[in-house]
Design a protein around this ligand. Structure first.
Ligand code: SAM
Length: 311
């Protein structure tokens, strides 16, 4: 369905847990309170209600979604819902090697893997764990099992890992995978410091051999290629190139709250209405219709902890 601004909302992101096995400094919060996560049955009811409103694409995120032991069951249930055409997962990749095939067989179409550096020591420093080799094994396993899309998401922070861009881009040259640079957002003290943000413009000046692709008309990511590249290089730039006018997303948090905008504090608790189809339908209608016009990062409107929101 469309919101008041005429934006077609057809993409649902579900955070299935707040828990994470990494501790990335830019992500923000360490305040992970115990919560009752949505069950596969509850997720199925919610996604079915959203599918009736025109949601076609679903992404599972977190926290770290692969920490859920029932993640393949959740995936299978979602993919069986009428109207859901595509299902993706965003993961840090640590548990991906062992789960990739089961996820593929459960109907997951693609994975986004977060990798901010290819240097094992730097990875340890940035994430708090020494697990880059497990992540890379997960990445190659994802390519092997044949997901229709494998993407790497990287957040560059000036002075921390900005020198890693070239090596990360080389992954898109060698592999049938996209490498996307996400501008640092203000979900932590680091992200509030504008000077640490590496912008799309800065990277395009540095890698001037990148050529824009035609499919850039709409959406969050702008894609580029270069001679001899198997994959694409993408830029997601919520700070320097705001894409709110094309936003087609809505989010459900791991505790059953509906969040219509990543950059806006407002949430709506829909869990109490899971057993009331009409009420659930009515709330979803209202929330989608009144989706905020845009984020306000530039006004200092900051929230802590992307792991709590679901990135
Ligand atoms: N655990 C999964 C993962 O690592 O991909 C999913 C959750 S994580 C919060 C989703 C994405 O948010 C990751 O790609 C991460 O790099 C990104 N992210 C976290 N904090 C961010 C920030 N302050 N600015 C931009 N991206 C951020």
């Amino acid at each position: 369905m469309k919101d008041k601004l005429g934006r077609e909302i057809n993409y649902l992101r579900i955070s299935v847990t707040k828990r994470c096995n990494l501790n990335c400094s830019y992500c923000g919060s360490k305040r992970i309170t115990k919560e009752k996560e949505l069950t596969p049955e509850e997720i199925k009811i919610l996604v079915s209600a959203f599918a009736e409103k025109g949601i076609k694409k679903v992404r599972l995120t977190g926290g770290e979604p692969l920490l859920r032991e029932d993640i393949t069951e959740i995936a299978r249930e979602i993919k069986s819902i009428k109207g859901i055409k595509a299902l993706y997962i965003t993961t840090n990749g640590i548990l991906l090697k062992e789960k990739a095939l089961a996820l593929k067989e459960a109907g997951v179409d693609g994975v986004n893997i977060s990798i901010d550096t290819l240097d094992p020591e730097k990875y340890h420093e940035l994430t708090g764990v020494n697990k880059l080799s497990a992540v890379m094994e997960g990445f190659y396993e994802a390519l092997k099992v044949g997901f229709s899309s494998v993407k790497i998401n990287s957040v560059l922070v000036r002075g921390k890992n900005d020198t890693e861009a070239e090596r990360l881009i080389a992954l898109a040259k060698k592999n049938k995978a996209d490498v996307r640079f996400i501008e640092l957002m203000p979900f932590s003290e680091q992200g509030e410091n504008r000077e640490l943000v590496i912008t799309e413009k800065e990277l395009l000046e540095r890698f001037s051999y990148l050529v824009p692709l035609k499919e850039n008309e709409q959406g969050a990511a702008k894609y580029y290629t270069a001679d001899g590249f198997s994959g694409r290089v993408g830029f997601i730039s919520p700070r320097s190139r705001k894409f709110c006018k094309d936003c087609n997303r809505i989010r459900v948090l791991s505790d059953g709250k509906l969040k219509p905008c990543l950059g806006n504090d407002k949430t709506y608790d829909i869990r109490p209405f899971i057993s009331d189809k009409n009420k659930l339908s009515q709330i979803i209608d209202e929330v989608i219709l009144n989706k905020p016009v845009s984020h306000h990062f530039e006004d200092g409107d900051f929230f802590r902890g992307l792991n709590l929101i679901g990135g």
